[in-house]
Design a protein around this ligand. Structure first.
Ligand code: HEM
Length: 328
């Protein structure tokens, strides 16, 4: 009888802990070591990104946003890169997402020397890390071993809009396993890059349909933004820096947080981070501490682990913009 109880207890433990299920391997540091003979995969990506960054430093902002928009839809599986009718790329939320050509350039360098091994999903993560460090951020260690997804559907794209509340945003990030602190650090990505006037124009002229500007915006900032974004006539080319410290708007550092504490946030969500009772203490702490660079890297690594495919899941694409059709 005792034996039966022990065996039963063991089976229950195994079932509960997921030990019986087919395990998928975790992401690891240096996954590609030895998989491409003596080729250093991360260094290969690094040299492509360094040369493209030299030509166009705005690829750093492009890649940060690309990683976010990839990881939040079906996980970090490069599903955002796939071309076709009704794929994620075609969603209005992804219309201004850039950097696809950058990933494709790194992929083709790798395919030339080590075909069929390095996933596009991992290239997004490595390339973003490299671009962040070129833009003045800390070079964080990335985990790899992701596989590429085979599904990309525009209707799945539900990345948050600029007017999302802090409460709703905490929920959206929480659903991806990210804490409010992770969320605040990750929004620190708005320390570089630009936003189109249309994404915050309501704050200048008709906030929440009041016919008035957003009262939380610094009036001096509003005066400048009105010049760049005249009412109702802007195009996609009319953009402003997300970090309103001109000496630092292309540098990955904590100045975005200093700006939002001065009521100089551009997007509604940026400003609300500095005003909300839950996130304000986190913003204050970031400005007072000196480890933004390290903690931002850690948050990017967590973002890069959202709902990943590993092991036998998914595939490794040959070209990042198309899936490999499986033989039936
Ligand atoms: C609640 C969360 C977020 C919201 C609502 C949000 C919203 C936006 C919006 C509206 C823009 C301007 C896009 C346009 O003009 O079309 C933007 C730009 C950008 N976002 Fe976010 N974002 C969020 C989180 C993040 C995260 C987590 C990252 C990266 C880790 C990120 C990185 C960027 C970057 C770098 C840009 C500038 C892109 C460029 O210059 O091309 N954002 N974001």
């Amino acid at each position: 009888m005792e034996k039966v109880i022990i065996v039963f207890a063991f089976m229950l433990f195994a079932a509960r802990s997921g030990w019986c299920e087919t395990a998928t391997p975790p992401l690891v540091v240096d996954f590609y070591n030895g998989l491409c003979s003596d080729i250093d995969v991360e260094a290969t990506v690094g040299s492509v990104i360094a040369s493209l960054y030299e030509q166009d430093p705005t690829i750093a902002a492009a890649l940060l946003r690309l990683q976010f928009h990839d990881c939040f839809v079906r996980g970090c599986d490069a599903s955002i890169l796939i071309d076709g009718h009704d794929t994620e790329k075609t969603s209005p939320s992804n219309r201004m997402v850039r950097g696809f050509d950058v990933i494709e350039a790194a992929k083709s360098s790798l395919e030339a020397i080590c075909p069929g091994v390095v996933s596009c999903a991992d290239i997004i993560i490595m390339a973003t890390r490299d671009a962040v460090s070129l833009a003045g951020g800390e070079r964080y260690t990335v985990q790899t071993g992701r596989r590429d997804g085979t599904v990309s559907v525009a209707a799945d794209v539900k990345t948050p809009a600029a007017s999302i509340s802090v409460t709703d945003s905490i929920k959206v990030f929480g659903d991806k396993g990210l804490t409010p602190t992770d969320m605040v650090y990750l929004l620190g990505a708005h320390t570089i890059g630009v936003a189109r006037c249309s994404t915050f124009e309501d704050r200048l002229y008709n906030f929440s349909n009041t016919g008035e500007p957003d009262p939380t915006m610094d009036p001096t900032l509003r005066a400048t933004l009105i010049d760049s974004c005249p009412r109702d006539i802007t195009t996609d080319e009319d953009t402003v820096d997300l970090d309103q410290d001109p000496s630092s708007s292309s540098i990955v550092d904590s100045s975005y947080f200093k700006q939002i504490l001065l009521n100089r946030g551009i997007l509604q969500i940026d400003q609300e981070l500095a005003l909300d009772q839950w996130t304000q203490p986190i913003v204050n702490a970031i400005v007072q501490r000196s480890d933004f660079a390290t903690r931002f890297g850690e948050a990017m690594v967590k973002l890069g682990a959202v709902e990943v495919l590993t092991g036998e899941q998914g595939q490794v694409r040959q070209f990042c913009n198309r899936i490999i059709e499986q033989q039936k």
